[in-house]
Design a protein around this ligand. Sequence first.
Ligand code: UD1
Length: 416
Amino acid sequence: MQKLSIRGGTPLSGEVRVAGAKNAALPILAAALLTAAPVRVRNLPRLNDVRTMVRLLERMGVKAEAGAHEVALDARMVAEPFAPYDLVKTMRASILALGPLVARFGEARVSLPGGCAIGERPVDLHIKGLTAMGADISIESGYIHATARRLKGARIFMDTVTVTGTENLMMAACLARGTTVLENAAREPEVADLARCLIAMGARIAGHGSDVITVEGVDALFGVDHVVMPDRIEAGTFLAAAAATRGTVVLTDAPVGALDAVIEKLRAAGAEVDVGSDTVRLAMKGRPRAVGLRTAPHPGFPTDMQAQFIAMNAVAEGTALVTETIFENRFMHVQELRRLGAHIDIEGNTAVVHGVPALAGANVMATDLRASASLVIAGLVAEGETVIDRIYHLDRGYERIEERLGQLGARIERVS
Ligand code: UD1
């Protein structure tokens, strides 16, 4: 199994381009199911999750021609509206096929994703929303089976803000008869990127980026050529790594409008951050100051950046309280960070991070995607060698992380 070996202690320095956003790419690829016309998606990150989504579409009969950072999809013929367990279990985002399939073909069989390491993560709101739009849904042997003659518009209130839930229902509503109003919708920039793609396909969507999204259904959607937005979590991870190592980095092709909560906390930690039209420059002189935070749906502080900020706080001056409000079990990186010498207590859904002056390299294990990113940051700071095992988690969300951090001067290599 592949591992990363990191020799820490070097401040990051240099320029790196931000890749396309995984969490925008996945729903946009699923949206290709909504039309019989060709769909081209560009600025795709080269990630296992993206490959899994393309494989899932191919398994249904969609034709896919993949280039390095783009794919051409043709969903004219879909043999079977089916998302099998073996693919869904490796990537929960496969649930994004449900809405488009039932909307266009009147039927879908999608495996239930089951639990995952960071929490229970139910899909009840996806199911409730589609039911409100007239789908008949049953759960049979671990599969969601949905049928509908044609979905109809509905007013849907989601009592928890759900990103993929909002995306699934927004996609389904595009082909429903009548108007759908999604209330308490997710405001994440990736939802808005999906909406822009759907609008270019002929969908009638308003309010994306706010918490009320209105979709007026149409009979059919056209093809599209869409460029995926840059990844704000990857960008934030590079910035947190630069701050923790007391470095200076410039991000190009950065999603500047989507990073406000993260940049505000980096400034509070003492970083100088200059934001250009599509660049972000961060310089951290001296030791970071501890910054408290509480994760929340966008525009709050993203749960997907919580682990990386715990790593930065682990070497900061002072004590920080980091509260996780989205997922119930998202502190698995904490015990691995302790192996590197971090001093962190967990009290309920809050991590109390007592900054220490230095960390020391050790062998650690990645437990999930963002937890892995926090271990990389800690490894970049720690004196001596850190070896991170199970980096397939990292490869789900970061493209060639070792090369790109290497470009910033990190001493990092992939070993088997
Ligand atoms: C998406 C992101 C993930 C991010 C998360 C929160 C993708 C592919 N993944 O995941 O990286 O960490 O948003 O920003 O975009 N919930 C329910 N019922 C539902 C659906 C969700 O109770 O039907 C709850 C979840 O358990 C969780 C909260 O809602 O507590 C938010 O989850 P959700 O936004 O749905 O996460 P994902 O869309 O799976």
